[in-house]
Design a protein around this ligand. Structure first.
Ligand SMILES: [Zn+2]
Length: 232
């Protein structure tokens, strides 16, 4: 065979061309296979909906310097999103901008409910800021739907927050999780809670709510309870 090739340059050229085409074909196939295979998307076992309360023309309660609850809730929601994603949860946010989902409150709440239903979440956490006529009232408080199944989750969250947040940041009260008739906690039949992250009517709590460190600390503690409740 080699002797024949040596004697016939035309055959050598043909063989070289065939080999080159074969190699290109293989390389092409490899490239193609890389092109058509999409990067693996993360598949989350559990999705948590984070609802940043209020937004747009509905600013919620307002602090002494004019800071709106809706902005604090959104900042807190982003921090909690990072915390939960770090714990391998899928996260769906009901809003990611300062705007509400609709300027009419009823439609805004309905749009949030639609997002929650569509997400098939394992749990729902709605973030808010409290205000009270007695400005000495302090601390973070947890609420749940008293006709639903969120009581255990809410109680676990409240007791962890009492121990690690309310007791840590000065003269704050210990609370029991409170049941109520609350729209956002009734959207789906999974544990759904509202966390009032502090009292903006108290100057110390207001300062905490504006501090990144407090928000991160609170969200870390929320994340610990979500991990313990959902995975454990
Ligand atoms: Zn609120």
């Amino acid at each position: 065979m080699f002797l024949t090739l040596k004697k016939n340059p035309i055959i050598i050229v043909v063989v070289v061309v065939i080999v080159v085409i074969a190699i290109c074909g293989c390389v092409g196939a490899v490239c193609y296979s890389h092109m058509v295979l999409p990067a693996a998307l993360p598949i989350y076992e559990h999705t948590i909906v984070i609802d940043a309360g209020h937004g747009g023309i509905d600013g919620g309660v307002v602090g002494s310097q004019g800071i709106k609850e809706s902005d604090i809730n959104l900042k807190m929601a982003f921090i909690l999103q990072k915390e939960l994603e770090g714990r391998n949860f899928g996260v769906v946010m009901t809003r990611t901008t300062k705007d509400a989902l609709n300027n009419i409150k009823r439609l805004d709440m309905q749009a949030r409910k639609n997002i929650i239903i569509k997400s098939s979440p394992t749990a729902v956490i709605s973030l808010h800021v409290n205000r009270f006529s007695d400005s000495s009232r302090r601390g973070a408080q947890v609420f749940y739907d008293d006709t639903g199944i969120g009581k255990d989750f809410a109680s676990a969250m409240q007791s962890h927050i009492n121990k690690n947040i309310n007791a840590k940041y000065g003269d704050r009260s210990n609370y029991e999780a409170l049941g109520g008739d609350l729209f956002i906690t009734k959207c789906v039949k999974v544990p759904s809670i509202i966390i009032e992250c502090g009292f903006i009517s108290n100057p110390y709590d207001e300062k905490l709510l504006l501090s990144e460190d407090y928000c991160k600390d609170l969200c870390k503690r929320i994340g610990e309870v979500v991990s313990a409740s959902v995975v454990g």
